[in-house]
Each structure stands twice: as C-alpha cells, then as structure tokens.
Write a protein that binds this ligand. Structure first.
Ligand code: GLC
Length: 545
C-alpha cells in the first residue's frame, strides 16, 4: 500500500511528508526515563505504516542538554544519553530500508558553552578560537547594549578575566557563533559533510535566519550578510541534489521566503515560517499574551503564503513542533470533539501546497498538559515564570499562559499504549506523561480503523496519489466566513476542494457549482450534505475536467 518515493528525483521532497521526532520523549529502552535512538529504531515499522518519507530528528549530538540538545558541545558525536554512533548508523540504515530519510537538526547559530571551541575561546583574547564567538569589551557593569536574550535576561554575559562580554541570543549556555570567521564556517561545513557521508539525507537548520547577526546595530535576524552565508553553506555543504534542507526562519515573510526557498536551490529547499502560528498573539505582546484566533485572518495568511510561493518557492506545512502547543488543544477541541477536530485541522493543512511535517503524537491527536510550575523542565517556562512573577504579574495568570503556550506541552512522552507510563519507559519519565494516555495512545489508535492515525495515513497516501496536492494553485473561498475554511486547488484538468468547519456548531457552506460532481477523497464524517457542515467536519472533493 505504501508508495516509497524515488529520492534520486530532483525535488522529491515536494511530494514527501516528514515526521518530527523529539528523541528525549519518543521511546526509552534503557530505563533511564529519557528516550533514545534504540527506541526510535523500535518504532520504524510504526512510522512506515503511517507512510512518512523522512524523520526530522531533533538534536542527538553531544550536549549538556541545557536546552535539550539545542546546545551542541560536539557536532560530530552522539550524546551518550541517546546511544552510540553505531546506534545512529543503524538507525540511518534501517530507516533507509523502509524508504525513510533521516534529517538531522543542525544548530549553527550558537554552540554550547561547553564546546571545545568556547572553552578555548575563554582562555585568552588571542586564542585561535576566540574569534569563533561574538565578543565586546566592557566593564562588567554596563553591557554593550540593552539587547535581551530570547530565554530572558541580557543577551550579553561578562567574562571577568577577559574583560569582555559574549553575545547570546538564547541562553547563557548558548554563545552565538561568529559567522564572520571563515575558519568557523569551514568547521561547520566539515561537520555537515561528516553526517552526509554517514547517509543523512537532509537537515533542519535551527534559527538559521539569525546567523548573520550584527549586535552593534541590534540586528539579529536577516543580517546584511545572511544570503551570502546561506549560499556558501549550500554550495559547500549541501552539494548533492537529493539533500533536503529546511530552515527555521521566524522572520520570514513571503518575499524573504521566496529567496530562501528559490527553485534554483541556491539557499534551502524550504523554510518554516511562523506567521500563521502567531495570529492568536496579542499585537505588541509576546507569545504568552494570547487572544482568540480569528479565522478570516488565518485564511488570509495561508492564502498569501500559498499564492506567494506558488512556483516561486516552496512552503512547509505545520501546526505543531517541539516549541509549540498541541494544535488540537489550541485551535481544535481537546474534549468532546478531539478526534473530529484533529482530523479537520489535518485536512485543512495537508490539502495545501508544500511539504507537511507531522510532530510526534499529532497523528494520535495528543493534547496539551497542565502541570504545576515545579513539574516543568523547559528553561523558557521557568525563566518566564520567575521574571513575570518578579514583575508583579498574578502567578495564576502566568500559569494560564504556560498551560496554553509552554513548550513542554509538546514534549510530554509519546503515548504508545495504556500500560504504565504509556509504554514510554520502564523508569521514571523525565517529564510527566499526560494522564490521558489511557485513552489516547498508539496501540488503541492502531486498533481503531476510524482513528486519527489512520486519517493521517490516508492523507499521506492521497498526497502521493493525486499530483494536484503537489502542483495545484490555490484559491480561497468565502474569505470573510468566520466558521468555514474552504479553498480549491487546480492543476490543469485536476481539481480539488477542501472545506473545513472550524467550530462546534454546524455551518452553512455554499458549494461552488463547479465542484458539485466532485467525489469525496476523504472526510471525517460518513456521507452527508456539504451545504451544512457538521461540527468540525472536513472534506476533500476531487474531480477532473
Ligand atoms: C529553535 C529551537 C528551539 C531552541 C532554539 C535555540 O527555536 O526550535 O527549541 O530552543 O532554537 O536553539
């Protein structure tokens, strides 16, 4: 049933569906409460059944784990927490046998402060590695400027014996790398080639739009030399046509994404843009400052991206990842309509042009969690709580924000079965398992032909069967309607219509005349009248002319 893609074909990833694994929370096999590479190996058959073509593996490199591996201390070593180099080689080989590519997650903007380079850099100003990082002289009282780090506090940390501050856009333990230094760039390319030689077929590039920072001008994203660096990176490190690259670019707008993902492949295959995912954030606020989603805004946003990158770039399609809350809890309904709304959201997204990314557990309709503050692990959550409570916010309000937006919502262990700890570990899980695992788990989903899992499986297989998913243009229907998200796709004589009710109430939808003879490719309800969409109903119609 599964159609493996021919990865020698140029642009194979346009037809692919990727699955993100957050290794720490996927499957533990040695009882330490943390997921490992052997655990991923155990579930390759599950992923093959789902039908995905590649795994985006969150970082498994050597790391002190200050930010769960996004703080790398050796780019060419596997962290013993996750296993050995041999485990990694086995995983690459076994995945490939099943038509699944491994895409590694490269953090090239910063390293860990425990990386050899940084330890050397700390030794003296004239150490050859000193210039691999970004330094400014200072007195330890007044930082070079007032830039803030993403995870709280100043973006500058003082090193008394050097009389200098180093720059870090993220945590203190994540010093920014200085891309102006050519030897540093060469070292990074060598590390990438090391993994390509091992059979890795692509990379996700963490906060890649921030590498060309210029702190003196307070520039973080989209620095003047960004495209120069990206082109060099692509030329030097991603030479093979078949490699897929996806950049994490929070700053991307349509024109920028057209350059990042230009069809000539000069920079990257595609980027993650986050505009849609920020639409329920209060203007001028931070991600913690939540407001209700207005559907017409979401539609306008997706429409602009779909039309903007059609034939001039390439979209990635996602709702969830390890930094975001679970979509079913966010824009669906994680109570009565959990399964219906999870399927509806998947339909809306997977009907579009681009490469879909499924985050582990999304295919089960896994939900957010509410924990007391002491039980969270994420440094971002902890820093936020401390800072906001110090600033006088009501602790209860801060918790509400964390429950809605905290990154640990997505990081709770994968729910494999109704057994102890959801079958994730025999030990004590590093982060609590969501108590709803007794009903929401992979074992139950695999037994239920109507599960969210099989719905995703079907969506993935449709994408491979009907070229209009890959090629079709995009036309938004009823842009002002606040309940129904509907659009058509068209490529030559092939057409499809996607219609989704985003609410708990039934919603009227006037089916365009041209679609009336379409046949249903997929729906989350048995037959029914399309003019009146039931709660969270979703349908895709297909026809040829
Ligand atoms: C990216 C990662 C996130 C990490 C940050 C710093 O946004 O997705 O998890 O904390 O970069 O590396």
């Amino acid at each position: 049933m599964r159609k493996a893609l021919d990865k020698t074909q140029r642009g194979w990833w346009k037809q692919a569906v990727f699955y993100q694994i957050y290794p720490k929370s996927f499957q533990d096999t040695d009882g330490d409460g943390l997921g490992d590479l052997a655990g991923i190996l155990q579930h390759l058959d599950y992923l093959e059944t789902l039908g995905i073509d590649g795994i985006w593996l969150s970082p498994v490199f050597a790391s002190p784990q200050a930010d769960n591996g996004y703080d790398i201390s050796d780019y060419c070593a596997i962290d013993p927490l996750f296993g050995s180099m041999e485990d990694m080689e086995t995983l690459i080989r076994e995945a490939k046998k099943r038509g699944i590519s491994i895409i590694m997650d490269l953090v090239l903007n910063h390293s860990s402060d425990e990386h050899f380079w940084f330890r050397e850099a700390l030794k003296s100003r004239d150490n050859p590695y000193h210039d691999y990082y970004v330094w400014r002289d200072g007195d330890g009282i007044t930082p070079p400027n007032d830039m803030r780090a993403t995870f709280g506090g100043s973006a500058w940390t003082f090193v008394p014996h050097l009389g200098q501050y180093y720059f870090h856009q993220f945590a203190v333990k994540q010093p920014d790398l200085n891309w102006e230094n050519e030897s540093l760039r060469r070292e990074l390319y060598r590390a990438i080639r090391f993994w390509v030689d091992k059979g890795v077929e692509g990379f996700r590039l963490d906060v890649i739009d921030q590498i060309a920072k210029e702190p003196d001008r307070k520039i973080t994203a989209n620095g003047p030399r960004l495209h120069e660096y990206l082109r060099e990176l692509s030329r030097e490190a991603f030479r093979e046509e078949g490699l897929v690259t996806v950049g994490e670019t929070w700053s991307a707008n349509v024109p920028r994404a057209q350059v990042f993902s230009a069809p000539d492949g000069s920079e990257m295959s595609m980027v993650f843009q986050f505009e849609h995912i920020c639409l329920d954030q209060k203007p001028g606020g931070e991600k913690w400052d939540v407001m209700p989603l207005e559907l017409p805004k979401l539609k306008e946003c997706f429409c602009r991206w779909q039309q903007g990158l059609h034939e001039t770039g390439w979209n990635s399609l996602f709702f969830d990842n390890h930094d975001l809350p679970r979509i079913v809890s966010r824009w669906g309904d994680d109570g009565e309509y959990r399964e219906l709304s999870a399927k509806m959201l998947a339909t809306m997204l997977h009907g579009m042009q681009g490469t879909p990314y499924i985050y582990q557990g999304e295919e089960l309709g896994m939900t957010n969690i509410r924990l007391p503050i002491e039980q969270y692990d994420d440094l971002e959550i902890k820093n936020l709580y401390r800072e906001r409570v110090e600033q006088g916010y009501d602790p209860q309000d801060v918790m509400e924000s964390i429950w809605k937006r905290g990154r640990d919502n997505a990081r709770t262990p994968m729910q494999w079965s109704g057994d102890k700890n959801a079958g994730f570990t025999q030990g004590t899980p590093w982060l609590p398992v969501n108590p709803n695992y007794e009903t929401i788990n992979a074992q139950a989903a695999l037994k239920d032909p109507d599960s969210v899992f099989y719905y995703y499986q079907k969506l993935i297989s449709l994408r491979k069967t009907y070229p209009v998913f890959r090629d079709g243009d995009f036309r938004l229907l009823c842009p002002e309607d606040s309940r129904v998200f509907a659009y058509t796709r068209e490529s030559g004589c092939r057409h499809m219509l996607v219609a989704c009710n985003f609410t708990k109430e039934s919603a009227a939808f006037s089916v365009p005349e041209a679609c009336r003879d379409g046949r249903v490719l997929i729906s989350n309800y048995p037959q029914g009248d399309m003019e009146q969409l039931r709660p969270y109903e979703a349908k895709i119609l297909y026809w040829e002319t």
